[in-house]
Ligand binder design. Structure first.
Ligand code: SAM
Ligand code: SF4
Length: 347
């Protein structure tokens, strides 16, 4: 009997159909990094001194659209644009508008993006106009000095104006906060009250060991099990079945009426329900955030204007989607589980 690992699909390929991996998981969600560049240098994400990729290595906006189209044809229902900072990619709104035709046909359920908020004041209304309804904004502190220290160059009032613009334009905003030991642990409760007070969900994220950032991960890592236990001393947290299609587990906070999410790659396995893959800004398809195996879609895109090779490369890659990741942070393994930066893979 074939085991899950040896399952290689039918002998005769019926052609591009839905993308189902060897463990029966439907790939219906792609996260696409549109640039490795960013106007911030968050301490857990990038080194101070980053060398960015030459422009020729990046997928053009047309290539990005062709790639997304190929996934939509195979049943992708949700696209998240990320980076780097997606809103610093010139012409990004053209890509969003191009992809939004799939919203009109109903092939795609949602286009969304993850942003640091620095450019939101300028783009919020246009995003709504192009069909975006929800965005995630990453924000790790409400203190100007600490925000600057974490992002190394971010300006909190600018991000706040961006958030105002986003909510005014009608975007549903979820705040993502990376929990950092000794940096923002004391801010988690005030940030939750602030976010819920503005009608925004808050999701806490454990720091993941990605990329050489010149700091010791063990010094940043704050297990969310501890954060949750501390919050439970002061708040009533009720588990929710609510899912956004992502790995967060949500609770309802009785006292605020708001939702709080926990993304715990370190203390919990969320791989069994993983429905996603990631594409970097250079067109490398990663089937798992925490594994090195990848497929080169840029080569397939550039080799031929027709999509046969692209479809074939995607099919072969999904058949290799691994069961899960092997992140570890401990003193004996103080090195990244994967060498690439989150800003390259897209968070
Ligand atoms: N620049 C955008 C932003 O910050 O929202 C999008 C890209 S960023 C890489 C996406 C998300 O990844 C952010 O919420 C960020 O906090 C998170 N992130 C980056 N590096 C991380 C790491 N090592 N561990 C956990 N989360 C990380
Ligand atoms: Fe830029 Fe986002 Fe990485 Fe911060 S987390 S450096 S904002 S890509």
């Amino acid at each position: 009997m074939p085991t899950a690992n040896t399952f290689a699909g039918p002998a005769i390929d019926p052609g591009p159909g839905p993308l189902v991996d060897p463990y029966g998981r439907h790939v219906s969600y792609i996260r696409v990094s549109v640039t490795d560049r960013c106007d911030f240098r968050c301490v857990y994400c990038m080194a101070e001194d980053m060398t960015f990729l030459p422009k020729r290595d990046l997928l053009s906006l047309e290539e990005l659209e062709r790639l997304c189209d190929a996934f939509v044809r195979r049943g992708t229902r949700k696209i998240r644009l990320t980076g780097g900072e997606p809103l610093v990619r010139r012409g990004l709104m053209g890509l969003v508008r191009g992809l939004s035709r799939h919203l009109v046909t109903g092939a795609l359920q949602e286009i969304t993006l993850t942003t640091n908020g620095s450019q939101l004041e300028r783009f919020a209304a246009e995003l709504v106009d192009a069909g975006v309804r929800r965005i995630n904004v990453s924000l790790d502190s409400l203190d100007e000095g600490s925000f600057r220290a974490i992002t190394r160059r971010g300006d909190l009032p600018t991000v706040m104006r961006g958030l105002d613009a986003a909510q005014r334009a009608g975007l549903a905003v979820k705040i993502n906060t990376v929990a950092l030991k000794g940096v923002n642990d004391h801010e988690i409760e005030p940030m939750m009250l602030w976010a819920h007070g503005r009608g925004m969900d808050l999701t806490l994220i454990e720091v993941m060991p990605m990329g050489e950032i010149g700091e010791q991960r063990i010094d940043q890592y704050l297990p969310l099990s501890r954060v949750r236990a501390e919050l439970m001393e002061r708040f009533t947290l009720t588990d929710l079945t609510y899912k956004t299609g992502g790995p967060a587990r949500y609770v309802k906070v009785g006292e605020t009426g708001g939702r709080l999410g926990f993304i715990t790659p370190m203390t919990h396995t969320f791989c069994e329900s993983c429905n996603r893959v990631r594409v970097t800004c250079t067109g490398t398809l990663y089937m798992c955030l925490g594994q090195e195996d990848a497929a080169d879609l840029r080569g397939a895109l550039r080799a031929s204007p027709d999509d046969a090779l692209l479809d074939e490369t995607i099919t072969a890659a999904i058949r290799r989607k691994p069961k899960g990741h092997d992140f570890i942070i401990d003193r004996s393994a103080n090195r990244p589980a994967v060498g690439r930066y989150m800003s390259v893979t897209g968070g």
